[in-house]
Ligand binder design. Structure first.
Ligand code: GDP
Ligand code: MG
Length: 296
């Protein structure tokens, strides 16, 4: 179906308790202003919204560009609830002087770890701790077709230390398929050169199928995305699409962009792993550093 997200298929793998409570999934979007962050979030989740009013839009209210802004939504699919927090960040790298523009973003991520740790240390063993830890950070790359900006490398490195980062080539309809391919190769080479290792990570308990899937995802990254909040009728069916000088770009057509791969990855194949990796790797690293510091 056109608007099927697919997180309901996760249910098979999930504990009953977790299921009743519903998943809590916290996604942060990072990137320059105007790269389509709000649009992509709408494209991904808007049609499944049940519990937030109005447009599924992180910037309904005029807001200062210096503030990090969280919005909660509940989306449901075939009876499965997904509690979604979208954390919109001020367009970093918008300023002339971008020194430290990532500080507030990294601090926000660490603050959530810190809040969780405080609750963990004081809570009763079996009490549920509300989870505001960022499970996934979508990092929007300008579709220049050339290289990453130096500031992108710096910020990617900082973020990758504390959160699962998923890079995205924003507004990829600006690139031909060939340009897109070359751009990806260049970005990959730059990441290797800068020794930035991004999610997904292979774990010892991964079976062959999971390892293969991770390999395919790593091959594909960064996802080349087109977002749209508008529907256009193609072959008699409404599809989310954009019209540009090349014609109609159908967001959900894999020949046009990799939106459906991102959606599958985010809401189906890696939803649970993003949450677990956050707890087991990023949070654990934070936690052991904090506890170590307490002992000293
Ligand atoms: P944000 O500042 O990163 O949240 O960006 P917005 O989502 O507000 O989008 C900024 C502008 O870019 C809007 O006019 C969108 O319609 C447009 N836009 C969003 N996604 C795309 C895309 O994939 N391709 C193109 N060509 N334009 C886009
Ligand atoms: Mg926005």
């Amino acid at each position: 179906a056109q608007s099927y997200v697919g997180f309901d298929s996760i249910t098979r793998q999930i504990e009953h308790k977790l299921l009743k409570r519903g998943f809590q999934f916290n996604v942060m979007v990072v990137g320059q202003t105007g790269l389509g962050k709000s649009t992509l979030i709408n494209t991904l989740f808007a049609s499944h919204l049940v519990e937030s009013k109005g447009r599924f839009e992180a910037d309904i209210q005029p807001r200062s560009t210096t503030e990090i802004h969280a919005q909660s939504h509940v989306i449901t699919e075939n009876g499965v609830r997904l509690k979604l927090n979208i954390i919109d960040t001020p367009g970093y790298g918008d300023q002339i002087n971008n020194e430290g523009c990532w500080d507030s973003i990294v601090k926000y991520i660490k603050d959530q770890h810190s809040a969780y740790l405080r609750k963990e240390l004081t809570a009763m063993r079996d009490r549920h701790i509300p989870d505001t830890r960022i499970h996934c950070c979508l990092f929007f790359i300008n579709p220049t077709g050339h290289t990453l900006k130096p500031i992108d490398i710096v910020v990617l490195k900082k973020l990758a230390e504390v959160v699962n980062v998923v890079p995205i080539i924003a507004k990829s309809d600006a690139l031909t398929l060939e340009e897109r391919h070359l751009f990806k190769q260049r970005i990959k080479a730059e990441l290797v050169h800068s020794q930035i290792r991004l999610y997904p990570f292979d774990a010892e308990e991964n079976d062959e199928e999971e390892l293969n899937l991770n390999e395919r995802i790593r091959d594909m990254l960064p996802f080349a995305i087109v977002g749209s909040e508008k529907s256009i009728v193609v072959d008699g069916k409404p599809v989310r699409a954009r019209v540009n000088r090349f014609g109609v770009i159908n967001v959900e057509d894999e020949r046009h962009c990799e939106f459906i791969y991102l959606r599958n990855f985010l809401t189906r194949t890696h939803l649970q792993d993003l949450i677990e990796t956050t707890a087991q790797i990023h949070y654990e690293t934070f936690r052991s550093k904090q506890l170590m510091a307490l002992k000293e």
